[in-house]
Design a protein around this ligand. Structure first.
Ligand code: EPZ
Length: 421
């Protein structure tokens, strides 16, 4: 397995272009299943999860062509089967996102249950129960979701929890359903809105975008009308590199991003002492020569502080001035980066879903192990500021969600290199 070796001590500085959002690209690619004509999608990030999604669609018989600018053209007219097999789903839980579109367009879907992952049990009960309410016949047998439906029927759905992919699956199910569907307690993450905007560009009738009540008037078919759709910039990649600038007391400017999708994160970076300036599509963070101050974080659904930025702020708190309390309310096991940081000298105490971080003057580089996507990124951040070398193992987690991380950090002056297996 590849490893990353990071030598700490450099203040990051310079400019970086942010890639398209992984968590928008995945549902938008799944949504191409809803349309008979070929669809062109741009600003696709160069990530392993994208490759997996292309394999997932390809093994259904769908034609995909990708160009050097990472534009993907998807033609679902050649589809031959409606299945998401275990061997692909086990590597990427988000494969569940084909369930809604397959059922809505073709009336059939056999999707492996995603199962849990390092950060939690990750159930999909809300996805399944809601599709049954829309008229689907669903059986879960031998690790697979076997779903069949005539034309799904629009109805009112009140989601008992805010679920991002649950909202996305139901949005995609509703666009071709008969009648009107109302999704209450819908997720408001920018990636959900990006999917809704893409669907509307293909002729769907969705209102309430950016709110927690989505109303979808079912149509008989979508029409790509030769559209091209560019994926929204990745707010979590943006936040990760902003923390990289802050933790190393540097100054970074991130371009091709969306500051308006990061209010909670920018507020916390300002509280930590950073000077943040923004334009329509760029953010500059200046923490030059300043030690970050500890901040308290409580994760929750958008627009509150994102759980996908929790590990990165745990890393920053571990070298900050003062004590920072981090409470994780979304997932039940999302502190696995803590024991790895403790091996680097971080003074963090865990009490159920809360991490009490007492900032140390200095961390010490050590061999550490990545456990999940954002935890891996947080260990790289800790390595950037630790004394000596940090070796991060199992970085396939990172490659799932960060486009060329070592090149981007090197562009900002970081000393980091990949050691092939
Ligand atoms: C999405 O996961 C993201 N993944 C995650 O990003 C992100 O952490 C998460 O949303 C929260 O923002 C993608 O978009 C591909 P949820 P998702 O359904 O949709 C419970 C990353 O690092 N729940 O919003 O799977 C669930 O257990 C990844 O990029 C149910 O109980 O998360 C959790 O406690 C990690 N039943 C809460 O809801 C359900 O049917 C939120 O989960 C569905 C969810």
């Amino acid at each position: 397995m590849d490893k990353l070796i990071i030598t700490g001590g450099t203040q990051l500085s310079g400019e970086l272009r942010i890639s398209g959002a992984k968590n928008a690209a995945l549902p938008v690619l799944a949504a191409t299943l809803l349309c008979e004509e070929p669809v062109s999608i741009g600003n696709i990030p160069h990530l392993h999860d994208i490759t997996t999604t292309m394999q997932l669609l390809g093994q259904m018989g769908i034609q995909l062509t990708i160009d050097e600018k990472m534009n993907i053209e998807v033609d679902s007219s050649t589809i031959t089967k409606y299945e998401a097999p275990y061997d692909l789903v086990k590597t990427m839980r988000a494969s569940i996102l084909v369930l809604g579109p397959l059922l809505s367009r073709f009336g059939e879907a056999n999707v492996s249950l995603p199962g849990g992952c390092a950060i939690g049990t990750r159930p999909v009960d809300i996805h399944i129960e809601s599709l049954i309410k829309m008229g689907a016949d669903i059986k879960v047998e031998a690790g697979y979701i076997h779903a069949k439906a005539g034309r799904l029927k629009g109805c009112k759905l009140v989601l008992e929890k805010v679920t991002v992919t649950g909202t996305e699956n139901l949005l995609m199910a509703a666009v071709l359903a008969e009648g009107v569907t109302v999704i209450e307690n819908a997720a408001k993450e920018p990636e959900v809105s990006d999917l809704a905007l893409f669907l509307n560009k293909m002729g769907a009738k969705i209102t309430g975008i950016d709110t927690d009540v989505l109303t979808i008037e079912g149509v008989s078919k979508l029409d790509a009308k030769n559209i091209h759709y560019d994926i929204l910039p990745d707010r979590i990649e943006t936040g990760t590199y902003l923390v990289a600038g802050a933790i190393t007391r540097g100054k970074v400017k991130l371009k091709n991003t969306r500051p308006d999708t990061l209010d909670a994160v920018l507020d916390k970076l300002r509280e930590a002492g950073a000077t943040i300036t923004t334009g329509d599509d760029w953010i500059e963070l200046d923490m030059y020569g300043k030690r970050p101050k500890a901040v308290n974080i409580r994760t929750a659904p958008y627009p509150a502080f994102p759980t996908d930025m929790q590990a990165q702020f745990t890393a920053m708190n571990s070298i900050a001035e003062g004590v920072g309390i981090i409470t994780e309310t979304v997932f039940e096991n999302r502190f696995m980066h803590v024991q790895e940081m403790q091996r680097m000298g971080a003074d963090i105490q865990l009490e159920s879903n809360t991490a009490i971080c007492k900032g140390s003057e200095q961390l010490t580089g050590a061999p550490v192990m990545a456990t999940d996507l954002r935890a891996s990124a947080s260990l790289v951040l800790a390595g950037l500021v630790a004394k000596g070398e940090t070796l991060v193992d199992r970085i396939y987690h990172i490659d799932r969600g960060y486009d060329h991380i070592e090149e981007k950090l090197a562009q900002l002056g970081g000393t980091i290199k990949r050691i092939p297996k």
